[in-house]
Design a protein. Structure first.
Ligand SMILES: Cc1cc2nc3c(=O)[nH]c(=O)nc-3n(C[C@H](O)[C@H](O)[C@H](O)COP(=O)(O)OP(=O)(O)OC[C@H]3O[C@@H](n4cnc5c(N)ncnc54)[C@H](O)[C@@H]3O)c2cc1C
Length: 500
C-alpha cells in the first residue's frame, strides 16, 4: 500500500479548519489522507429541542466547511443516519484505519460517543479523541480535595493560574491544514432548509468559519472588546461579540478567542510558548471581563460533566421541594404564552423576548431579566424557560443554557440565590436608559415619551391616546404585580429553607 491509510475526521462541534485539534492530528497521522465527515443525525434535525435557527446555522456552517475543504483539494463527506452505524460502514468501505474526533461533554453526547467508539472498535477501527471544545476539561481542574468546583470565582482563579500549562494557541488564519486528494465516490450532499421542509429565519445569526472570524475581527477593531467591561450590559449597544453560536458549533475555537483577547493587551504572550493574562494596560479590563465570560462557558460545561443530574432538574436537590405556579394551570399557561410572545406588559421583558423570537439571539443582560421574570415574577418552573430557549436560540447550548437558567432561578451553583430577584423597571432604567432597545423591539411603544417608556401603564389616559398606545388595547397592562410576586417568591424560597 502507498503511504499511510486514511483516517476519518468526524466533525461535530468543531465546524472549522483552523486550530482544530483532532483534524490536525488526523492530518499529521495520515499524512494528509483525511476523510472529513459530518453525520447528519436525525436528532440534529428533528425533535422537541431542535431550533430552526440552529439547523440553519449548522447547514450554513457545513456549506462553508465544504467550500474551505474544496479549496484545499478535499471535500466534506455528508452521511445521514445513526452515527455508530454510519461511521462503521464508512470506515469499512474506505479501509480507514481510524476515526478521530474532538470530545463533547454533555450527557447525551457522551452516551452517543461511547456507542460509536464501541462499534468502531468491534470492527477493528482505532478511535482517538481530543480536547478541543474547551481550554480545560472537567476532570482537569479540581479543588485541592479532588472535587469538582461548584463556585465560579475559585474555578476562574484555578483556570487562569493553570493557563501556562496549555499549548500556545494559533491566532486565526494561522496553521491551515493541507489535505491529500482522495478519489472516493462518497455522499457529499448538504441538505437545504427548504429540502427539510423548514422556512428560513432571515434575521438569525449566520453560520460558517469565515463569518466567525469576521465577527471576532469586528469585535476587536470596533473597540467593543476594549470597552467590554463598561459596555457589555447596555442593551441597545452592540457591545458583545455575538460569537455564541460560533462557539456553540465550533466555527471558532475558544483558544482563538482567548488569543485574540490577549493580543489586545500591551504585553501579549509574555513567554513565547504559553499565553498569560498578565498586562498592565487600561485595555486589560475589557479583555479580562471578556475572558471571564469564556471561563463561565467552561464552568457550566464542567458543572454538567460532573453533575449530569442538573440536565434534568435542580442542581441543588433541596429545591425539588419548591412550589412553582399560581395553583391555576390555565392561568399559568396563559402567562407562559404571554412571556413567550413578549406580551407581558413589562417593556424590557417584551423587547427581549421579541428579539429572541425574531433573531434567535438575545443579549445576556436581557436573558437574565427574562429568566428572573419567568421564575420570580410569574413563579413558573425554570425548566419551561430553559426548554423554550432551546427551541429558539441559535446558540442553544445544554450547559450554558441550563447554567444560566438555574442561576436566575436560584436552584443552581450559587450560595445566596433567592436574593436575586430582578426588578424589571429598575433593570430597564439602568441598562436601557433611553428606551432605545425597547422601542426597537416593541414598535407599539415607539412614541411613548422617555418618562413612561419603562412603565407605559403609568401614562395618563389622554397621553396614551395622543401617542397612539392605549394600554389594554395597543399594549398590555402588566400581567402581574412585581411587588406582590416578589413577596410570594421570597415566601416560597423561605419555606424550602425552613424545611431543609
Ligand atoms: C438564562 C440564560 C440562558 C443562556 N443560554 C445560553 C445558551 O444556550 N448558549 C450560550 O452560548 N450562552 C447562553 N447564555 C449565556 C450568554 O447569555 C450568552 O453566551 C451571550 O449572551 C452570548 O452573546 P455573545 O456571544 O455576544 O457574548 P460575549 O459577551 O461576547 O461573550 C463571549 C462568549 O462567552 C460565552 N459566555 C458569555 N456569557 C456567558 C455566560 N453567562 N455563561 C456561559 N457562557 C457565556 C459565550 O460563549 C459567548 O459567546 C445564557 C444566559 C442566561 C442568563
Amino acid at each position: 500500500m502507498l503511504g499511510p491509510m486514511p483516517i476519518v475526521h468526524w466533525f461535530r462541534r468543531d465546524l472549522r479548519l483552523a486550530d482544530n485539534t483532532a483534524l490536525n492530528a488526523a492530518i499529521r497521522d495520515s499524512d494528509g489522507a483525511v476523510l472529513p465527515v459530518f453525520v447528519l443525525d436525525d436528532n440534529l434535525l428533528k425533535g422537541q429541542s431542535v431550533a430552526v435557527a440552529r439547523v440553519q446555522f449548522l447547514l450554513e456552517s457545513l456549506r462553508a466547511l465544504d467550500e474551505g475543504l474544496r479549496t484545499r483539494g478535499s471535500r466534506l463527506i455528508v452521511l445521514r443516519g445513526e452515527p455508530a452505524q454510519a461511521l462503521t460502514t464508512l470506515a469499512r468501505a474506505t479501509g480507514a484505519e481510524a476515526v478521530y474526533f474532538n470530545r463533547d461533554y454533555t450527557p447525551l453526547a457522551r452516551r452517543r460517543d461511547q456507542r460509536v467508539t464501541e462499534a468502531l472498535r468491534e470492527v477493528g477501527v482505532r478511535v482517538a479523541t481530543f480536547k478541543d471544545l474547551v481550554i480545560f476539561e472537567g476532570a482537569e481542574l479540581l479543588t485541592t480535595a479532588g472535587q469538582a468546583y461548584t463556585v465560579f470565582t475559585p474555578y476562574k482563579k484555578a483556570w487562569l493560574s493553570r493557563l501556562s500549562e496549555q499549548p500556545r494557541v494559533a491566532l486565526p488564519s494561522a496553521d491551515q491544514p493541507v489535505f491529500r486528494a482522495l478519489a472516493l465516490d462518497l455522499p457529499s450532499q448538504i441538505p437545504t432548509l427548504a429540502g427539510l421542509g423548514v422556512s428560513a429565519m432571515p434575521d438569525a445569526p449566520r453560520g460558517g468559519e469565515p463569518e466567525a472570524l469576521r465577527l471576532l475581527k469586528r469585535f476587536k477593531e470596533s473597540g467593543a472588546l476594549q470597552a467590554y467591561a463598561n459596555q457589555r450590559d447596555y442593551l441597545a449597544i452592540e457591545g458583545t461579540s455575538r460569537l455564541s453560536p460560533h462557539l456553540r458549533f465550533g466555527t471558532i475555537s475558544p483558544r482563538q478567542c482567548y488569543a485574540e483577547a490577549i493580543s489586545t493587551l500591551s504585553r501579549p504572550f509574555p513567554n513565547k510558548r504559553s499565553f498569560s493574562p498578565v498586562a498592565s494596560d487600561a485595555k486589560k479590563e475589557g479583555a479580562d471581563a471578556w475572558i471571564s465570560e469564556l471561563i463561565w462557558r467552561e464552568f457550566y460545561m464542567q458543572i454538567l460533566y460532573h453533575f449530569p443530574h442538573a440536565d434534568r432538574g435542580n442542581f441543588r436537590r433541596e429545591y425539588d421541594a419548591l412550589r412553582w405556579g399560581s395553583g391555576n394551570p390555565a392561568l399559568d399557561d396563559e402567562r407562559f404564552a404571554a412571556w413567550c410572545a413578549g406580551h407581558t406588559g413589562y417593556p424590557i421583558v417584551d423587547a427581549a423576548m421579541r428579539q429572541l423570537n425574531q433573531t434567535a439571539w438575545m443579549h445576556n443582560r436581557a436573558r437574565m431579566i427574562v429568566a428572573s421574570f419567568l421564575t420570580k415574577d410569574l413563579l413558573l418552573d425554570w425548566q419551561l424557560g430553559e426548554a423554550y430557549f432551546m427551541r429558539v436560540l441559535a446558540d442553544g447550548d445544554p450547559a450554558s443554557n441550563n447554567g444560566g437558567w438555574q442561576w436566575a432561578a436560584g436552584t443552581g451553583t450559587d450560595a445566596q440565590p433567592y436574593f436575586r430577584i430582578f426588578n424589571p423597571r429598575l433593570q430597564s432604567e439602568r441598562f436601557d436608559p433611553q428606551g432605545e432597545y425597547i422601542r426597537r423591539w416593541v414598535p407599539e411603544l415607539a412614541r411613548v415619551p422617555d418618562e413612561y417608556i419603562h412603565e407605559p401603564s403609568k401614562m395618563p389616559p389622554l397621553l396614551q391616546q395622543q401617542v397612539g398606545c392605549v394600554i389594554g388595547r395597543d399594549y398590555p397592562a402588566p400581567i402581574v404585580d412585581h411587588a406582590a410576586q416578589k413577596e410570594e417568591t421570597l415566601r416560597r424560597f423561605q419555606a424550602v429553607k425552613a424545611g431543609s
